[in-house]
Write a protein that binds this ligand. Structure first.
Ligand code: UQ1
Length: 372
């Protein structure tokens, strides 16, 4: 089992991959039976699932927490292209260490960072590795040989204005080039070329040579969900945005990246959701109407160097919902150490054990009850 939020730092050489991993058996709570298979099909009308090894499992309540699928193969030339040097991706255990290798091997040319044209998990990660790469190249005296480029399918650097303002300033000051509405469609790894479609001019493509390429893959729901009665039109688990209860099957619930909750897909969001889901299920089991509402809380520790973080935290309305009584859009060292050293502990010993339901109680304490 991997603590993936650490992979941004692994790709930049600031942490070892091994520190992000634990045997899955060691994180399964006692009293829980671990079935070492995957779901082949959901039959919510019959309250059962079939597994890939041919077993039928019936349930009274079902929580779907399938995560999100990485679709590297939707880019022409991938995943085979990862067999070549100068290309990496922090999103997969197979390729995260290749990012660090590419950074160390950098000599001269374009360092390109991509953001796909699909929903993604941790939407900040595609640019965090750019800031870390910039810092690394400065530290090693190679920055003047590098042209750093962020080619993103989006039209903005970040969805929340407060943090977008801070990031736009950083991008300018550090001479990082952002090309909006640029979507990676092909990698010619043998020639170190990346092909982008320009989303604003139909059919137009542009080829960039690279010395280093960091790929954020297109992502989507797992196949087993897409064809299931649990999915919405997009293939995500169709849940109530307040209670996380399925819209059609009241004994089914969803949490995390596999759902259609209209917020950014992060571990911090899962933490907030877990506290709500706990309440929802307890009420449903007592035949009562769930009333605790998820506010869409999500958070993205935007790593902007080897010792600074901007801690973005916001809700369904894209309004900042900050835990600490300081301006979190400023780059801070304290927040870096929270991200790199405190969060893993909170994850392994808090979230996974059901003790950490997000920072709402801390936020209330910090603001002495003055803020919601
Ligand atoms: C959080 O709860 C969480 O999940 C464990 C993260 O995932 C790694 C986070 O990055 C953050 C920022 C939070 C929120 C916690 C605090 C103390 C602000």
């Amino acid at each position: 089992h991997y603590y993936q939020p650490l992979w941004t730092l692994v790709g930049a050489g600031a942490k070892q991959l091994s520190t992000s991993a634990r045997p899955t058996a060691s994180v399964i709570p006692s009293g829980v039976k671990w079935i070492k298979s995957s779901v082949k099909q959901f039959y919510p009308d019959e309250n059962c699932v079939y597994t890939n090894d041919g077993k039928k499992i019936s349930y009274k309540y079902l929580i779907v927490a399938l995560g999100i699928k990485l679709n590297y193969d939707q880019i022409k030339g991938l995943p085979e292209g990862f067999g070549y040097p100068h290309i990496g991706s922090n999103y997969s255990v197979e390729t995260v260490e290749k990012t660090w290798k590419g950074l160390q091997d950098f000599k001269e040319g374009n360092a390109i960072f991509t953001f796909p044209n699909t929903p993604v998990k941790c939407a900040g990660a595609p640019q965090k590795i750019m800031y870390l790469s910039d810092a690394y190249l400065r530290k090693t005296g190679k920055r003047s040989k590098a042209n750093i480029i962020f080619n993103t399918s989006l039209g903005v650097i970040f969805a929340v204005q407060k943090y977008a303002n801070a990031l736009e300033k950083i991008v300018q000051e550090r001479n990082l080039h952002v090309n909006y509405k640029h979507n990676l469609i092909e990698v010619r790894a043998d020639k170190q070329e990346a092909v982008f479609e320009k989303l604003d001019s139909a059919g137009e493509t542009v080829v960039f040579e690279y010395e280093m390429l960091h790929v954020t893959p297109p992502m989507g729901p797992h196949d087993v969900l897409m064809k299931s009665p649990l999915a919405d039109a997009g293939g995500w688990v169709d849940v109530d945005k307040d209670t996380l209860q399925h819209k059609k099957y009241p004994n089914v619930f969803g949490i995390g990246d596999c759902t259609n909750l209209p917020t950014s897909k992060t571990a911090a969001a899962v933490a907030g959701q877990s506290a709500v889901l706990d309440k929802t299920i307890s009420m449903v089991m007592k035949n009562q109407t769930p009333k605790t509402k998820y506010d869409g809380y999500t958070s993205c520790p935007l790593v902007t160097s080897y010792n600074t973080v901007i801690l973005a935290e916001f809700d369904y309305n894209g309004q900042p919902l900050e835990t600490f009584p300081v301006n979190q859009s400023k780059e801070r060292r304290t927040m870096y150490y929270m991200k790199s050293d405190l969060m893993p502990i909170l994850y392994w010993h808090g979230l996974l054990k059901g003790f950490w339901g997000g920072p709402a109680p801390v936020r209330k304490l910090m603001h002495l009850g003055l803020k919601k």
